[in-house]
Design a protein around this ligand. Structure first.
Ligand SMILES: Nc1ncnc2c1ncn2[C@@H]1O[C@H](COP(=O)(O)OP(=O)(O)O)[C@@H](O)[C@H]1O
Ligand SMILES: [Mg+2]
Length: 251
């Protein structure tokens, strides 16, 4: 059996008196698109921050594809093949799309192979072109990032994350703030990426979640409330009560 894309055991993180992630043990299988949903404040982002090393766990363990990652520094976790999309700050507005991707490819090469000669200029250019094509930004390769639309910046961020050649990609509300067309385009790209890389997506938009996920895990108050296929989750009374119902009330 292949190792799980992501596995945690008793993962716990407190902020003062609040337990944001509370004894979470989960196994997210490789080869399917996993989603984590749950109301605001459920602990989803904190969970990702524990996986990527941005936050230290108070207790518990994290393993990705069989590699123990618990409380390693973030750069070691990236090197182990776990990437996430960062927020807008990871994009250099004054650089073109191609130069942003080139910087990410070269940074990754430098990290992965400090003792061997770096990829040739031609090889880097091919890799840059491939990444840009993968997210569908060919038209904007020579456009400065600061002039891109919001949805295109998100696709550029996806390309920057893919430059790390991740085995596991974590996406935290990737379509947040996008209009319907941008959302549709981003969802299609995420589905493409998920064919070759394990993806875990945190997503608030139920329509997106049910259209994209093979497996859904519901968090509430730091713990796992339910887990299953989209059909199982939408039929789950506990989920409807605590989440789907609550989400409707917010509107
Ligand atoms: N750095 C922090 N310091 C204190 N409390 C935090 C911090 N980060 C998150 N929290 C709290 O932890 C809980 C979970 O937050 P978060 O993981 O962001 O939830 P979600 O992403 O599911 O909306 C919330 O109550 C939030 O206020
Ligand atoms: Mg969050």
């Amino acid at each position: 059996m292949t190792a799980a894309a992501l596995e945690t055991r008793n993962l716990t993180r407190r902020f003062g008196g609040l337990t944001a992630v509370d004894d979470v043990s989960m196994t997210l299988a490789s080869g399917r698109l996993n989603a984590i949903i749950g109301p605001n404040g459920a602990g989803k982002t904190t969970f990702f921050n524990l996986v990527t090393g941005e936050l230290r766990a108070d207790a518990g363990s994290v393993t990705a594809h069989g590699v123990a990652l618990t409380n390693l520094p973030p750069h070691r976790i990236v090197r182990a093949g776990v990437s996430r999309t960062l927020q807008i700050k990871s994009v250099f507005g004054g650089l073109t799309v191609a130069d942003n991707v080139r910087a990410a490819v070269m940074a990754h090469e430098g990290v992965m192979s400090p003792f061997r000669s770096i990829l040739s200029y031609g090889a880097i250019s091919r890799r840059v072109a491939d990444l840009i094509a993968e997210v569908g930004l060919e038209r904007y390769a020579d456009t400065k990032a600061q002039t891109l639309s919001y949805g295109d910046v998100a696709l550029l961020e996806l390309a920057l994350a893919l430059a790390n050649e991740p085995k596991l990609l974590l996406l935290d509300e990737p379509v947040c703030g996008m209009g319907p067309q941008e959302t549709e385009r981003a969802v299609a790209k995420i589905k493409d990426v998920a064919r070759r890389t394990d993806v875990v997506i945190i997503e608030h938009d139920m329509e997106v979640v049910f259209s994209i996920a093979d497996h859904i895990l519901v968090m509430a108050q730091g713990a796992i409330l339910a887990e299953g296929t989209p059909a199982e989750i939408s039929a789950n009374a506990k989920v409807q009560e605590t989440y789907l119902g609550a989400a409707e009330d917010e509107d």
